[in-house]
Design a protein around this ligand. Structure first.
Ligand code: 5GP
Ligand code: ZN
Length: 147
C-alpha cells in the first residue's frame, strides 16, 4: 500500500494527479524526467512511499529504490551516444540543496564539462591528523552500530 501526502508534489506525480514524463514504474518506485533538465535526460527516481529523505529509509525501502540505479543509469547512457557519464545525486536536507521533501535521486547525464552541471569539491587533507580522523571514524562507526 502506497502512503501519500496530500500536499506533496511528488505524491501527486506518482498518483498521476500532475502529469510527468515517465521513464520507469514498478510497485515501489516511479522514475520521471526532472522538469529542470539540468542536462538532457535528467531523471528523478522516487519511492512511491512518501519518505522525506534518506534519514527515513529502512534497508528494505533502500533496496527497492537504490537497486534500480544501475538499470536506469545504463538505460540513460544508451539513450544518447553523446552521453559520456552520469552523476547520481541525492540531496538530503535544505542545507544540502533539497527543495522537495519527498525523497528522490537525481540521475544527471553528462555530455561535456560545461553541460550545465557542476560540483564544488574542496580538499581538506592537510587539516586533519591521523588521530583526528581515527576519532571521527570511531564516532560514526559507533552510530552505525546503534542504528
Ligand atoms: P532537490 O533540489 O530537492 O534535490 O530537487 C528537486 C527537483 O524536483 C528539482 O530538480 C526540480 O526541478 C524538480 N521538480 C520540482 N517540481 C517538479 C515537477 O512538478 N515536475 C518535475 N518533473 N520535476 C519537478
Ligand atoms: Zn510525497
Amino acid at each position: 500500500m502506497t502512503e501519500n501526502k496530500a500536499d506533496c508534489i511528488f505524491c501527486k506525480i506518482i498518483n498521476k494527479e500532475i502529469p510527468s514524463h515517465k521513464v520507469y514504474e514498478d510497485d515501489k518506485v516511479y522514475a520521471f524526467l526532472d522538469i529542470s533538465q539540468v542536462t538532457p535526460g535528467h531523471t528523478l527516481l522516487v519511492p512511491k512511499k512518501h519518505v522525506a529523505n534518506i534519514f527515513e529509509y529502512d534497508q528494505e525501502l533502500a533496496a527497492d529504490v537504490f537497486s534500480l540505479l544501475p538499470k536506469l543509469s545504463r538505460a540513460i547512457l544508451e539513450s544518447n551516444p553523446a552521453i559520456e557519464g552520469i552523476n547520481i545525486l541525492n540531496n538530503n536536507g535544505s542545507l544540502a540543496y533539497q527543495s522537495v521533501f519527498h525523497s528522490h535521486i537525481h540521475l544527471i547525464p553528462r555530455y561535456t564539462k560545461e553541460d550545465g552541471f557542476g560540483l564544488k569539491w574542496e580538499t581538506h587533507y592537510d587539516d586533519y591528523s591521523p588521530d583526528e580522523l581515527g576519532q571521527l571514524a570511531k564516532t560514526i562507526a559507533e552510530k552505525v552500530e546503534e542504528d
